[in-house]
Design a protein around this ligand. Structure first.
Ligand SMILES: C[S@@+](CC[C@H](N)C(=O)[O-])C[C@H]1O[C@@H](n2cnc3c(N)ncnc32)[C@H](O)[C@@H]1O
Length: 261
């Protein structure tokens, strides 16, 4: 083995950082088609949990400003915040996802109807007649990085399959969670979803990274930042579409009021 090959091998084994991947080549249409056109039962369970959590925490609340960080091609976290928000900001780093979100929030596809129907089984969601129209009016899409968010800006927030799915470096997973919590106001309720033990994912011909995390990593990342409910873990099961992970984890909680994040 030559010295050059050894150096190359060492380089390949170094975990890739967020900046090492081609986020602008993220095929939003393909990702949406694979993951959300036919609702995956675990996602619908998460939607029920989001509904019940936000409804309980924000009882009667409205006129708030919510944020979904790393929104990608997924509207269900935003739909779960819709009744409580006068403004709803969807942030993503990828130009293709930002363009997709700008189109999709202005008249979303019928594939999101089953997600809304799940939400609309309870108040305050059930009082909204035209969620499609309302999302178009309240949503604003922004390009931005989770690592450069404003501090203590939003009243409630979501972050689904982002912190562990944008890098292979555990320190970037921790920094992403910290930054997400940091962008919320003290006491703000939030929900975050994580892929358990993901080894990375492919969208079309592009590979994207992941940090292999479990619920202990999630709890550690939030320690001293938030008061959380026990995480909900759903087994991946036999799913031929989404492979390379063992389960999905949902954490709901509130940012602590005395955190330094
Ligand atoms: C696995 S996808 C999750 C998308 C969506 N939230 C979902 O629930 O399916 C990861 C998302 O993180 C976005 N992303 C990558 N790097 C980011 C960064 N530095 N800041 C914010 N978002 C980023 C990607 O563009 C992509 O939309």
């Amino acid at each position: 083995m030559s010295m050059t090959m050894e150096v190359d091998q060492v380089r390949q084994e170094e975990p890739g950082g967020n900046a090492d991947f081609e986020w602008n080549a993220f095929d939003s249409t393909l990702y949406h088609g694979r993951n959300y056109v036919k609702p995956y039962p675990n996602d619908l369970v998460f939607v029920e949990e989001l509904r019940d959590f936000f409804a309980a925490e924000l009882r009667g609340g409205e006129g708030l400003h919510g944020v979904d960080v790393g929104a990608g091609a997924n509207l269900y976290p935003s739909l779960a915040m819709l009744p409580f928000c006068a403004k709803l900001t969807l942030i993503d780093y990828s130009t293709s996802n930002v363009a997709w979100l700008q189109r999709e929030t202005q008249g979303y596809a019928a594939s999101w109807d089953p997600f809304w129907e799940t939400l609309a089984k309870a108040e305050p969601y059930s009082a909204i007649d035209k969620p499609r129209l309302l999302l178009g009016q309240r949503a604003q899409v922004e390009a931005g990085s989770i690592f450069q968010l404003p501090r203590e800006k939003w009243d409630l927030g979501t972050m689904f399959f982002v912190a562990e799915s944008i890098s292979e470096r555990e320190e970037e997973f921790m920094a992403a969670v910290r930054s997400f919590i940091g962008t919320l106001r003290p006491g703000a309720p939030f929900a975050a979803g994580f892929m358990e033990n993901s080894t990375g994912y492919q969208v079309g011909s592009h590979d994207f990274p992941a940090v292999e995390i479990r619920d202990t990593h999630v709890k550690d990342s939030l320690r001293s930042l938030a008061e959380i409910r026990p995480p909900i873990r759903l087994e991946a099961g036999d799913d031929p579409i989404r492979t390379g992970y063992t389960g999905m984890i949902l954490v709901c909680g509130k940012k602590l009021t005395n955190t330094e994040s």
